[in-house]
Design a protein. Structure first.
Length: 130
């Protein structure tokens, strides 16, 4: 089952330790697992937003870069490495949601330049009731 393999990769302390020392193969294996897990996580949290699939992809990339950045300073304190990954992902998702909330959007694509010559909704209702 792919999920089990993914969880095993993220919980492999030897792989994480090798990645922390700068071993390129270990870093690639670890980031591949991180990317799969995080993309699923970000997609689930951002898919309801307009353009959520693209935002989820961007956030996934940000998380992967942050994980690579933190690897040299990472110290195993007994907590699973996945906990660190999901903490980073959670913060990045929250940042993306805040950015989305601050982004102005138009409810109407285009504002008409002039008033329509026909009857408005209220006048149409009055005509129908008569």
């Amino acid at each position: 089952m792919p999920t089990t393999d993914l969880n095993q990769t993220l919980s492999d302390r030897d792989l994480v330790a090798d990645a922390c020392t700068g071993d390129i193969v270990s870093i690639n294996l670890l980031i591949t697992a991180v990317r799969k897990a995080v993309h699923r996580y970000t997609r689930a949290r951002l898919c309801t937003y307009s353009g959520g699939a693209e935002v989820a992809e961007d956030v996934t990339q940000e998380v992967c870069l942050a994980v690579v950045d933190v690897l040299p300073r990472y110290q195993d304190n007994g907590a699973p490495f996945a906990a660190l990954v999901y903490a980073i992902a959670s913060n990045k998702v929250a940042d993306a949601q805040r950015r989305y909330a601050r982004t102005p959007f138009n409810l109407v694509e285009e504002v008409p330049d002039r008033v329509e010559p026909g009857l408005g909704p209220e006048q149409q209702a009055m005509v129908r009731s008569d």
